[in-house]
Design a protein around this ligand. Structure first.
Ligand code: ADP
Length: 255
């Protein structure tokens, strides 16, 4: 389980006299196997929160607990293990992959770093991950620039899964994809979540994507979580005026 306790991150903006509080005393916990979406407009602090949750940024105050332990205190092997347990998937699939590597090498890397598999088991695992992501086997010989945006995204997810994570954090992971490709990947994620029972934390500026995917929706604004609701299909659960404004803006698409 991930628990975020009174977490804040300040940045010093160049030319500004005051610090910018990008994440402002945030509290929540993610139950194992849950699918939670975090919605907010650009600049609301979502990516900063994601990086704090993975230990890529140090908090200014507060803490992130993973299985009860403050991740800032992880050292050595524990820290290495944490890197495999919490995987971050970013918007820029192509940029996240080394252009010199083939898909096979890209997916093999976390397997070699975090798991002890024989060559044969590694081959089998890569084949299974490609099948799971509905990618043809021959794609393993391609490099990042030889794939479509949707294929790049699937390879990034396969690579994250290769590390056998407990938690997947998606930061605007389907933004910039065509509508149909996006829908296909969202459906794949839903299925994956049901099959693998991983904890998923999905960051998006699209409330409709959040409502499509998650059974819990948090809304972030100016560094704060202003709404945090279990979502079971009816938007009546949302009460904050800002969330209602967001709902109003997507009303024509909700049907
Ligand atoms: P979001 O992901 O919701 O778009 P971010 O977490 O990227 O928001 O940014 C939140 C705020 O923190 C923004 O005002 C952004 O300019 C600022 N910020 C993010 N990273 C840094 C940084 N490394 N240095 C200074 N300010 C930053």
């Amino acid at each position: 389980m991930i628990k975020v306790n009174n977490l804040s991150k300040e940045f010093h903006e160049q030319g500004a006299r005051n610090e910018l509080l990008a994440v402002d005393h945030v509290n929540f916990s993610l139950q194992d196997g849950s699918f939670c979406a975090l919605v907010g407009e650009s600049g609301s602090g979502k990516s900063t929160l994601a990086q704090l949750m993975c230990g890529l940024l140090a908090p200014s105050s507060g803490e992130v607990l993973f299985d009860g332990k403050n991740i800032a205190l992880y050292r050595g092997k524990q820290k290495q293990a944490l890197r495999s347990k919490i995987q971050l998937i970013l918007q820029d699939g192509k940029g996240a992959m080394d252009p010199r590597f083939t898909v096979h090498e890209i997916i093999a890397e976390p397997i070699r770093n975090f798991r002890k598999l024989t060559k044969k088991e590694e081959e089998q695992e890569i084949a299974e991950l490609l099948t799971m992501m509905e990618l043809p086997e021959e794609i393993k010989l391609r490099k990042a620039h030889e794939m479509s945006g949707g294929q790049q995204k699937r390879v990034c997810i396969a690579r994250a899964l290769a590390a056998q994570p407990d938690v997947l954090i998606f930061d605007e992971a389907v933004s910039g994809l065509d509508v149909l490709v996006r829908k296909h990947i969202l459906d794949l994620l839903k299925r994956l979540h049901q099959e693998r029972k991983m904890t998923c934390f999905f960051i998006t500026h699209d409330l409709d994507v959040a409502l499509y995917l998650a059974d819990r929706v948090m809304v972030m604004r100016c560094g704060k979580i202003i709404e945090d609701r279990a979502f079971h299909g009816s938007t009546d659960c949302f009460t904050h005026s800002y969330t209602k404004l967001l709902l109003h803006s997507i009303a024509p698409y909700l049907g």
